[in-house]
Write a protein that binds this ligand. Structure first.
Ligand SMILES: Nc1ncnc2c1ncn2[C@@H]1O[C@H](COP(=O)(O)OP(=O)(O)OP(=O)(O)O)[C@@H](O)[C@H]1O
Ligand SMILES: [Mg+2]
Length: 309
């Protein structure tokens, strides 16, 4: 549904996007991550036709955004990081304008707009001029306006900036529902929790290049870590040699045994084996605190250690 072929965008000497190819399928939820100035927004602007590529092409549902913009745009929704709204209009007027632009028939427009306004808790704001509304309210209005025409492809740059937790939840739920119903979603975000919770696939972009594209679950399985802190009933002076096969470390003056599991097998079964081994040796414990590494840890490790260079 989204097809990027060898996209290049140069600003003077800087290749903001450098030979980027990517294909995102129907109903897929794709999260694009990357440090500041990596080229995320530029990629999105190329994909949505706001800027022209130096070379390469972007297609939406098979339509080239530069050569067949009307066909491509009809299927596309785009919410920029700083949405532009006509400030003098009310939300209702703005939605009607969008409905007319996409030539939605009256019944569909009415159904979609009323459902979305209710879902995004906008009823009390829709008759006020947009200029007086708070940032988060405007952001929700921008998202609703992008969903009105039932797009097949939904692209959003930093979806949750300015949204309170309750409304961030609504946005996540609606995007996930729509993606399960077949809408393709591309989000660019710094909030790794969004990617972790929502994405099917993750792409990491750095210096204009895609450094990694991987199924989210596979990525977490491959690079995740687990740490368990076991509170011992009696401090011990050293790790018993019989436990040498486990990656262990004593902390807290011998009162806490830390277990580090890195391989997928250790993360799945290591703690159970360790608990068995401790019980077997009559080493009593009172608490076990398990920390699974999140996508955030993985991302920081990947981008911090130069592992993607
Ligand atoms: N119109 C422009 N003119 C010149 N340089 C630009 C222009 N737009 C973007 N750039 C440069 O291209 C690079 C990529 O910018 P881009 O906005 O795509 O990054 P980003 O990944 O979205 O970053 P952020 O996380 O900060 O939003 C940056 O070095 C930026 O300065
Ligand atoms: Mg950006």
């Amino acid at each position: 549904m989204i097809q990027l072929d060898n996209l290049v965008k140069k600003f003077g000497d800087l290749a903001a996007v450098n030979d980027l190819s990517l294909s995102i399928g129907r109903g897929e939820f794709f999260a694009m991550l990357g440090p500041n100035a990596a080229g995320k927004t530029t990629t999105i602007k190329l994909l949505t036709g706001l800027i022209k590529p130096t070379s390469g092409a972007a297609r939406i549902c098979g339509f080239d955004i530069q050569r067949e913009p009307l066909e491509a745009r009809r299927r596309l929704a785009y919410v920029p990081d700083f949405p532009f709204l006509y400030d003098k209009l009310t939300a209702w007027e703005f939605f009607r304008f969008i409905g007319e632009m996409f030539r939605l028939d009256a019944a569909r427009y009415k159904k979609n707009s009323h459902e979305l306004v209710a879902r995004f808790h906008l009823s009390e704001f829709v008759d006020r001029p947009l200029e007086g509304l708070s940032h988060g309210t405007r952001q929700r209005i921008a998202i609703v306006s992008a969903l009105l025409h039932d797009p097949e492809v939904f692209v959003i740059d930093e979806p949750m900036v300015g949204l309170d937790p309750q409304h961030a939840r609504v946005v996540k739920d609606v995007l996930k529902e729509r993606s399960l119903a077949g809408m393709t979603v591309l989000v660019s975000t710094h909030q790794l929790s969004i990617a972790e919770e929502m994405a099917d696939r993750i792409g990491i972009i750095d210096k204009g290049r895609l450094k990694l594209v991987e199924d989210k679950t596979a990525l977490i399985d491959r690079l995740g870590r687990m740490e368990a802190h076991i509170g011992l009933a009696q401090p011990i002076a050293e790790v018993p040699p019989a436990l040498g096969t486990f990656h262990l470390e004593l902390r807290n003056h011998g009162a806490t045994l830390c277990y580090h599991a890195e391989s997928l097998e250790d993360r799945q079964t290591g703690l159970a084996r360790l608990v068995q081994a401790l019980t077997h040796r009559n080493i009593a414990f009172t608490t076990i605190d398990v920390k699974q590494s999140s996508l955030e840890d993985i991302f920081v490790r990947l981008t911090g250690e130069g592992a993607l260079a």
